[in-house]
Design a protein around this ligand. Sequence first.
Ligand SMILES: [Zn+2]
Length: 420
Amino acid sequence: MKKAKNILTTNNVAWCVLGLAIILMIVALILIFTRHGANTSGEITTDEDRRSIVVVSSGDTLSKLLTDQGFSDAQVLEIAQVLKSDADITGLRADSDKIEFVRTDSQSPVSKIVIIPSPWRQIEVTSTTDGGWQCKTVEIQPDKRAVYRSGEILDGDSFYLAGARAGIPDAILAEVYDLLAFEMDFERDVRAGQKFYVLYEENFANGKKVDNGNVLAVQFEALRGNVKMYRFKKSDGKTGYYDENGNGAIKSLKRTPINNAKITSSFSNRRKHPVLGYTRAHKGVDFRASTGTPIPAAGAGRVVARGYNSGHGNYIKLRHNSSFETLYAHMSRFAKGVVVGTTVKQGQTIGYVGSTGLSTGPHLHYEIIKDGKHVNPMTVKLPAISNLGQADKEKFLEYRKTLDAGIEQLSQHPDWFIQL
Ligand SMILES: [Zn+2]
């Protein structure tokens, strides 16, 4: 188990040497039980006489629940004080917190109270020999599993539809979309017959799935070539996504600022303007989206212009570095606090879709300007945010080989998982 964990945390060099052994370990550790027959050994057997679990509902207070269990007013007060001073717990949240009462046998008073505010944290209050109460917080480490989902684009499909059909959860799919959007134009690169896969983490507690973790790897057979990305932790502890050669996959700008928005007009040097009627260049890309849809900054940068003109309507221009600028037009309104001079992060909302200026309907008109010249956002070569140093790159390439071997196994047995 420990070896398998090292595969993905890559915090030492040992596995460079152990690469081959680790591949064997992975194969061994892709445990043959299916997801449905999940391992529940290690789960504490619930003895109904000794333990009772209450899901806190509205109107429940700690003192009411404790009184129901037979605690005296003085005990209730003491337990409340211990919880406040040692765990900073002053109340219970209805429909979310759980509280468990434990007795040594069915006739005894409660000797332990466990408050469960999240699957990953428990506060245990236990009685002491002198009749008092003490409290400790227990962090629960998720049991992480890497699961594999693959799919294929069908006729008339979108990546979202195909991904959902493949059983990829919405939140994971949104992350995958965000990642792929650095490399792909979903309008033009996606065709029926293309295959894709995603490897991502599922977090388990006591044999039960609680939530999803990170996207570990993704591949899409796009029209312009295979797009592959891997999550990797560098020696400085920072994680990022890299292509199969170890180049940074996260680019300084996104080609498609709004996820899953349909392109209604592409970049061209000549097109017939839908409002003006005559032919003129379209120096950006139009994405259809409803009024009020948040517009995220395509990259980190600084607001250099925010205003209105008859063509662009409400627009914002960002400067990202010495060569790149982006422009967002036809906004219904600007995001609060985003003014000229504001520094924005990649993905931060700068305004909202609208139809101001010369526009036939709500959409985002998006431009990328490189060294003062408009370029096609879908094809311009974009710089990576971070690349790997030599030592990290070597580690990455070893790691990638190991992970690919695991993925190969999973592709043949999609119900298996890798115990991380
Ligand atoms: Zn436009």
